[in-house]
Design a protein around this ligand. Structure first.
Ligand code: ARG
Length: 274
């Protein structure tokens, strides 16, 4: 959602700018130039998310699109109860609930299937300021219950999910290359969890280990990207992270940064129960 890395969207989607204006200030880091060339040998996995494969909301029924009131997707989210969706704070901070919609059961951005719900409540972590300071978590309350199986999310003590090298799954409709276009079809990829010390080396003080976890290959090539924010990072099928930020997309040495869900799971649970 960062202004400087969000340029050039397909289908005239300009909504992220409006909806994430509050996050646009976030750091010169994110203005980094172009992604490194794809380091993978030719014949490697197809590119999508960057470097993944197409999938469906039938396979991942809890993956939600966040759209504006005109239906333009700008972020993802995860259904964790029939009327509760976990997303990134930077996707919705400062936005009025009246302008937000959540779409479930719709694999394609240009589809008309699935369930569209208005948003009756927006909880943003009260400490949130910008993604590189942490606290990038929000919970939406839906006006209409989603008839899809929600995802489980980690509890505070499940920190083992972040053991370095653990393979995590990411999902979204975001751009399939840095500065590229969004994907009409939901995509998924798997990326290994990166050691906190390695992530701190990559990002310095912008990496707040208590609130963030990194995932990606040292050589890059596979990552979330613009438009994937708010969507899930799953470990063993359980929500363990929220797509938050990164320096470019899929660049070698700059893994994706995700909200460390264990840190926020009791706050999220409170909101889910509210
Ligand atoms: N901030 C982006 C969004 O709003 C997500 C960027 C993720 N970047 C990355 N390199 N993993 O969609």
């Amino acid at each position: 959602m960062f202004g400087l890395t969000r340029a050039r969207r397909t289908r005239g989607r300009r909504t992220a700018a409006a909806l994430a204006a509050g996050a646009a200030a976030a750091t010169a880091l994110l203005a980094a130039p172009t992604a490194a060339a794809d380091p993978r040998p030719s014949g490697a996995a197809p590119r999508p998310v960057v470097g993944g494969t197409p999938t469906t909301t039938t396979a991942y029924p809890f993956v939600m699109q966040l759209t504006d009131d005109a239906g333009n997707q700008f972020c993802g989210g995860t259904l964790v109860a029939a009327t509760k969706v976990v997303t990134a704070a930077h996707c919705v901070a400062g936005e009025s609930a009246a302008k937000l919609r959540v779409v479930g059961g719709r694999t394609y951005l240009d589809g008309t299937d699935g369930t569209v719900s208005a948003v009756s409540g927006v909880w943003v972590d009260p400490s949130f300021a910008d993604p590189t300071s942490g606290d990038d978590v929000a919970v939406l309350t839906l006006a209409t219950a989603m008839p899809y199986t929600p995802a489980k999310y980690v509890s505070a003590q499940d920190t083992g999910v972040y053991a370095p090298g653990t393979l995590a799954r990411v999902l979204g409709w975001g751009t399939t290359s840095e500065n590229g276009g969004s994907s009409n079809q939901l995509r998924t990829a798997t990326v290994p969890v990166v050691k906190d010390t390695d992530c701190a080396n990559a990002y310095g003080s912008d990496f707040v280990a208590s609130d963030m976890v990194c995932a990606g290959y040292t050589s890059g090539g596979v990552d979330t990207c613009q438009g994937d924010s708010g969507g899930p990072l799953l470990v063993g099928g359980v929500l363990a992270g929220i797509t938050s930020w990164g320096n470019g997309c899929a660049a070698a040495g700059h893994p994706g940064v995700y909200t460390r869900m264990t840190t926020f799971s009791s706050q999220v649970a409170e909101q889910v129960a509210a």
